[in-house]
Design a protein around this ligand. Structure first.
Ligand SMILES: [Zn+2]
Length: 264
C-alpha cells in the first residue's frame, strides 16, 4: 500500500476539533494520521456521520473513544502519538465509532443493560462488575478490530497482542484483578485466533501456565473461544447470545470464589 499516492483529504473525513492538552505533542502528525486512516476507511465504504474531536492528553492506556448521540471524542495518549502504533490506534477507534453509529449490538447500551441484568451483577461483588465490564469492552474491541484490520492490515498484530499477553499474564493484587487479567489474556489470544494469526513463540504456553497457576486453566480456553468465535453479524440475538455465554462463564468463577470450598 505504500506506493499509493496520498489521497486528498475530503472535508467529511476531517476532524471537527483537535487539541493537544499536553502542550508538547505533535498535533499536526496526529491530524495527518487521522486523515490518512479515515480516508482509507472511506475507500472501503465506511464514513462517519457524526463529528469527531481529538484530544491528546497524558493517559496510561493508548487511547479511548467516547461516543454520544452528538458525536465522538477521541482521547489519544501522548505516548501513543510518539509510538509507531498511532495509525493502528486510530483505525481501532474509528472502528468503535463506526459500530456505535451503526448501532451494532456490541456497542449498544440497551444490550449491555440486559446482559448485566442477566448475570445479576447487583447481587455480586462490586469488583466482579469491573471484570464483566472489561469483558464487554473486549468484545467491542474484537468487533472494532474486524474493521480496523481491513484498513491497516495485520502485520503488527502478533507482536502487539503478544506484548499484551506478556503484560497481562500475571497475578493481580486481588482475585478479581487476576480474573480481569485472565480475561485480557483470553481476549488477546482469541482476537489473534479469529484472524488465524499465531502469537509469538511461547505465548500460548505462558498464558496457559498463568491460568493454571491461578486455578483458572479450565476457563481460559473457553474465554479464548468466546472471543474468537463472536458471530460476524450485526444481528442482535446472535451477538447478545455470544456475549451472554462469555459472561456466564465468568459467573461460574464468581460462584466458586464465594463458596466455602474455595479455602479447603
Ligand atoms: Zn477499543
Amino acid at each position: 500500500m505504500r506506493d499509493r499516492p496520498v489521497e486528498p483529504v475530503v472535508p467529511e473525513q476531517g476532524l471537527a476539533y483537535a487539541m493537544d492538552a499536553t502542550g508538547h505533542a505533535d498535533l499536526k502528525f496526529a491530524i495527518r494520521t487521522w486523515e490518512a486512516v479515515a480516508n482509507r476507511y472511506a475507500e472501503g465504504g465506511v464514513r462517519l456521520g457524526k463529528p469527531v474531536s481529538l484530544v491528546i492528553e497524558p493517559m496510561p492506556i493508548m487511547g479511548a473513544t467516547e461516543s454520544t448521540k452528538d458525536g465522538h471524542r477521541l482521547h489519544v495518549a501522548d505516548h501513543a502519538v510518539r509510538s509507531r502504533m498511532l495509525d493502528g490506534l486510530i483505525a481501532h477507534e474509528i472502528g468503535h465509532m463506526a459500530l456505535a453509529e451503526q448501532g451494532h449490538p456490541s456497542h449498544r447500551a440497551d444490550v449491555h443493560r440486559r446482559l448485566v441484568a442477566a448475570v445479576d451483577l447487583a447481587s455480586r461483588p462490586r469488583a466482579f462488575g469491573g471484570v464483566v465490564r472489561g469483558a464487554m469492552n473486549h468484545v467491542q474491541d474484537v468487533y472494532a478490530d474486524d474493521l480496523a484490520i481491513e484498513v491497516i492490515g495485520d502485520d503488527r498484530a502478533s507482536r502487539f497482542f503478544s506484548d499484551w499477553i506478556r503484560s497481562s499474564a500475571t497475578e493481580g493484587p486481588s482475585r478479581w484483578a487476576t480474573l480481569g487479567n485472565l480475561v485480557s489474556v483470553a481476549f488477546a489470544l482469541g482476537n489473534l485466533a479469529r484472524r488465524g494469526i499465531p502469537p509469538e513463540d511461547g505465548m500460548a504456553v505462558r498464558a496457559q501456565g498463568f491460568a493454571a497457576a491461578v486455578g483458572l486453566d479450565g476457563l481460559l480456553p473457553r474465554l479464548v473461544e468466546g472471543f474468537r468465535d463472536l458471530p460476524k453479524t450485526d444481528e442482535t440475538e446472535a451477538v447478545e447470545r455470544a456475549m451472554a455465554r462469555l459472561l456466564t462463564d465468568l459467573t461460574t468463577v464468581e460462584a466458586r470464589g464465594s463458596g466455602p470450598e474455595r479455602h479447603p
